[in-house]
Design a protein around this ligand. Structure first.
Ligand code: HEM
Length: 251
């Protein structure tokens, strides 16, 4: 514990670092609100929502939390949180506190995915022009209200394949995806050993039609043969401030 305490805590202002640097732990926790919650009177639900805000405040120095509404778009879930920190322990402490609130007692934790961000494995070996496109294409400005999370597990053949074979397939994957760099923002988490997955893929976009076409393009490349799990579940939600989600739950 002393080792962890000695680590510099990320101030709220370091959110940018946590969202961009390698070596950051990400936890996606998906929740369904129990039916009995909606039968509580409004005042009780409003009070319970206020308690959740205090939990977010308490952990602000160690974790950065993004919140997403799934309700209406997914049956098994109402919202999810994406938690980042330099220690999985901090993610856990935040979630334990969240689940310990009055609202938390009505939350069913339908899924949790854990991963870590890493430097790119394949990009440094790509031809220079492809590297340049990947590294320098800036996403179109403007809000990207939709978030999609796709958990992925590769097959044994993928991991046993010589590096050259994987390099070639990831080059093909990237070439198929390049047309979508401007409209789809992406983030990759490595999950092997931290979960039953190999990757958690996360996307933000304003154009779900582009995202649909992107997935179809990626389903047509050879690397797709090695996806043992793709989705199951795919999460499709909208990025909403925590206050708005709590307001919906208190309604
Ligand atoms: C704008 C669209 C996309 C682009 C430009 C893109 C590009 C890339 C690149 C360059 C890498 C290699 C990163 C490295 O060097 O380690 C990569 C890895 C990966 N991508 Fe994509 N991608 C896109 C969308 C997607 C989508 C939609 C999925 C699946 C839902 C996906 C799944 C993956 C996975 C699982 C890896 C890790 C592969 C591995 O390390 O074995 N990507 N992507």
């Amino acid at each position: 514990m002393a080792v962890l305490a000695a680590q510099p805590a990320f101030a709220a202002a370091d959110r940018e670092k946590l969202l961009t640097e390698p070596g950051v732990y990400g936890t996606f926790a998906v929740f369904k609100v129990d039916e009995t919650w909606w039968k509580l009177d409004k005042a009780t639900r409003t009070f319970a929502a206020a308690e959740v805000k205090v939990v977010f405040q308490k952990h602000t120095e160690r974790v950065t939390v993004d919140t997403y509404l799934l309700r209406g778009l997914m049956e098994q879930a109402d919202f999810f949180v994406r938690v980042h920190s330099t220690e999985m322990l901090h993610n856990q402490n935040f979630l334990v506190d969240l689940m310990g609130t009055r609202l938390g007692k009505y939350l069913v934790n339908t899924y949790t995915f854990n991963g870590i961000t890493k430097p790119p494995n394949y990009v440094p070996g790509f031809p220079e022009d492809l590297q340049k496109v990947v590294k320098t294409t800036v996403p179109d400005p403007g809000p990207k209200p939709y978030a999609i999370v796709v958990p992925v597990r590769k097959d044994a053949e993928w991991w046993l394949m010589p590096q050259d074979g994987r390099n070639a397939m990831m080059k093909e994957h990237t070439e198929a995806a390049v047309p979508y760099l401007k409209t789809v923002k992406r983030k990759l988490y490595h999950a092997s050993g931290l979960d039953d997955l190999d990757f958690i893929t996360y996307f933000e976009t304003a154009k779900l039609d582009d995202f649909n076409n992107l997935i179809i393009a990626l389903e047509r490349v050879k690397e797709n043969r090695h996806n043992k799990q793709f989705g199951g579940p795919t999460l499709l939600g909208t990025i909403r401030p925590m206050e708005e989600i709590l307001e919906i739950l208190a309604r």
